[in-house]
Ligand binder design. Structure first.
Ligand code: FES
Length: 97
């Protein structure tokens, strides 16, 4: 199991490999907001405080979105594009919306 800590809502959940961050946020009752759900609107952009290596690799839509906002923050991801790929570890996420 992977422990996912959703910092803004102080929610910690244990999830299995293959779970999407969108599903994790919805099922846990987190306040994380989603818009398009396909990587086009950037509403779900968040910072992976730690555990970024436990997620699927960043994709082209995410790279474009992050470039568009012009942030120098590291480990920004679109939560609608993130899937837990590891079997164990800890992920901490801080979101903006
Ligand atoms: S919800 Fe639109 S980019 Fe994730």
């Amino acid at each position: 199991m992977v422990s996912v800590y959703l910092k803004n809502d102080n929610i910690k959940v244990n999830v299995k490999t293959g779970k999407s961050m969108r599903e994790i946020a919805r099922k846990s009752g987190a306040s994380m907001e989603f818009g398009c759900r396909v990587g086009d609107c950037s509403t779900c952009i968040a910072k992976i405080v730690h555990g970024a290596d436990l997620l699927n690799p960043i994709n082209d839509k995410e790279l474009l979105a992050i470039k568009a906002i012009g942030s120098k923050e590291e480990n920004l991801r679109l939560m609608c594009q993130c899937i837990v790929e590891a079997d164990e570890g800890e992920i901490e996420i801080s979101y903006f919306f």
